[in-house]
Design a protein around this ligand. Sequence first.
Ligand code: TYD
Ligand code: MG
Length: 453
Amino acid sequence: MAKTSFSCSACGASFSKWSGRCEGCGEWNTISEDKGLSSGPSKKSLGIKRGRTIELTDLSTRETPPPRSLCGVGELDRVLGGGLVAASAILVGGDPGIGKSTLLLQAAARFAQNGVKTVYVSGEEASAQVRMRAQRLGLADAPVQLAAETNLRDILTTLEAEKPQLAIIDSIQTMWADHVDSAPGSVSQVRAAAHELTTFAKRHGISIIMVGHVTKEGQIAGPRVVEHMVDTVLYFEGERGHQFRILRAVKNRFGPADEIGVFEMTGGGLSEVVNPSALFLSERGEPSPGSVVFAGIEGTRPVLVEMQALIAPSPHSQPRRAVVGWDSSRLAMILAVLEARCGIPFAGLDVYLNVAGGMKISEPAADLAVAAALLSAREDVALPADTAVFGEISLSGALRPAPQTENRLKEAQKLGFTAAIAPSGGKSIAVTGLNLRHTTDLAGFVGEFFGAG
Ligand code: TYD
Ligand code: MG
């Protein structure tokens, strides 16, 4: 009798029995029965039969860097680590409707126009629909070869015959590998299809970009299973109501992770945003309480964003803490440090924190800007105009210098800022035209700018 097995759609862990919560990653309702997937490696000992001897090399062997091709969409090329690496497997994940197909069709067209032989396989839309989209984007003349297909075996056979340099598979959830007998979109299908495509890319020297939908509920097999297999994972993010889209490298074997590319969704598709700081700050008006500009670093690039805080007396016994674009436990920590080290309580107050423009910030260097926004909102005092803030806060209330201080200051100066507040320490850096005000701890900062603490 075949043994049933279960696996988690979020992390891919497998189990012999069903449960409501995955022990591997802690997600709820992600465990479902595997159908038709061969069970893991045989339990037989590997020691019984001798394998072949593998060749060992030393670390000094000179490797030539892998060849890369540029598509000419600068934001995408940079996020890839300087262009597309030959024979690499890339996953582009994101919420449905965020613009993945648009981005990849535009990228496909640019690659093709630059002489990279490109095939675009859509499993979601008919060829006519893709052609209509291409027309709308003004790309109808690009020499991209198009197919609407979901049968993976047929797709791979075709790619083997056509030998393109790049194949785009939109999306991995619609692919159907016929040696696995479960429905497209199930964990086993997604895993099998991604595995086939990744090994095919390596064996045939064809770069493959796969699209993966991520749903908030994690109901459909999440592409997180796939993330371990591929070389590069990019996330396409943004708020539905906003026109900004951010392409973020979360894993990259061929370049820095955390690199971002910024785009704007327009009627004619995605356009590159070459100066994101200017865009993120464009909606900022007069200096107002609760608004502070953070000089951040995203990947290799400095980016200025506005942190907005709102504080109001809470009608609830448990005051609200709502955060968009930042880490909520980090906010709790900053509130605790402000209370314990500076004697500024937030009990009985609702706290809202928002990163403007739909950006997501994960740098600890944003701590001081967040604290400044919270204080400014609470005391109803605006920081001096044209002042950028950054620095990490430790639990003791001490401030730690942030990496790449000079790049942050230069970007602020370039955007017309006249002052910056940053932790002292590290080597002293002067940027002409920018008044740098050093602080050593949070209590001193509070005293100097908000007359309290
Ligand atoms: P799409 O690329 O289909 O998203 P995904 O593949 O991630 O599901 O894009 C969906 C949205 O983008 C759709 O709601 C319409 C919008 N859009 C524009 O605003 N301008 C355009 O030029 C295009 C092609 C799409
Ligand atoms: Mg799509």
